[in-house]
Ligand binder design. Structure first.
Ligand code: TIU
Length: 219
């Protein structure tokens, strides 16, 4: 079984029951002019995740293993957007890449470098967590998933919310530090510390090259 040197300890994963989850690598969060920048954020903090994540996804696909992508966003009539989220502004307004975080708009979709390939599942989610009001649980059941390798943006928002949801549902989560990003370096550091603290209260933390090496060792 592939084993990764992680914090707070080794993380072993059976390739028959592990899914790579790629959270919200959308243009609206990553590109200048998108929603992320409209909130006053420094989007350059997120783009460093694209290259290692692309390399990891290629290795994961080469091993024939499943990837599930998510996108945060709403129906064009915003009927699935909670009033409190809508009231904070931005969502549904016209941005540089179409209406912000609205399904079907250019900015809502995943950046070109990390585009899903044929057969990969994309879960559209209205909230920060990938389990809330989505079909993700059923999809993971079909894959027989017990462990998740978690990547994407942002570390302290959608990644954290999803890892907490997954942990409560019994999944072991390995979060990859080089493949998750925050607009705020301090939140990146503390967000990762919070996952692995207290003996791995929410999960494990490692870097993607260790996962790729573990996959290749077992060939
Ligand atoms: N603002 C922020 O950090 N994140 C989000 O709004 N969504 C996700 O994290 N995907």
């Amino acid at each position: 079984m592939p084993t990764v040197d992680a914090t707070p300890g080794p993380f072993s994963f059976d390739t028959d029951s592990t899914v790579l989850l790629v959270i919200d690598m959308q243009r609206d969060f990553l590109l200048p002019g998108g929603f992320g920048e409209s909130l006053g954020n420094d989007v350059s903090q997120l783009s460093r995740t694209i290259e290692p994540l692309s390399t990891l996804m290629a290795a994961w696909r080469a091993a024939g293993l499943p990837i599930v992508h998510t996108r945060e966003g709403h129906l064009p009539d915003l009927s699935d957007c909670p009033p409190a989220k809508l009231a904070r502004g931005g969502i549904g307004e016209q941005g540089a890449f179409g209406r912000i975080l609205v399904r079907g708009e250019y900015g809502h979709d995943i950046v070109d470098e990390l585009a899903p390939v044929d057969g990969e599942i994309v879960v559209d989610k209205p909230g920060k967590g990938a389990f809330y009001a989505t079909e993700l649980s059923g999809i993971l059941d079909k894959f027989g998933a017990r462990r998740l390798i978690v990547t994407g943006v942002t570390t302290e928002v959608c990644v954290h919310t999803t890892v907490r949801e997954a942990n409560d549902r019994g999944y072991d989560c390995l979060v990859l530090a080089d493949c998750v990003g925050s607009y705020f370096p301090e939140f990146q550091r503390v967000g990762l510390e919070m996952i692995a603290a207290q003996g791995g209260i929410f999960g494990w933390v490692a870097d993607s090259p260790t996962v790729i090496a573990a996959l290749q060792e077992q060939k």
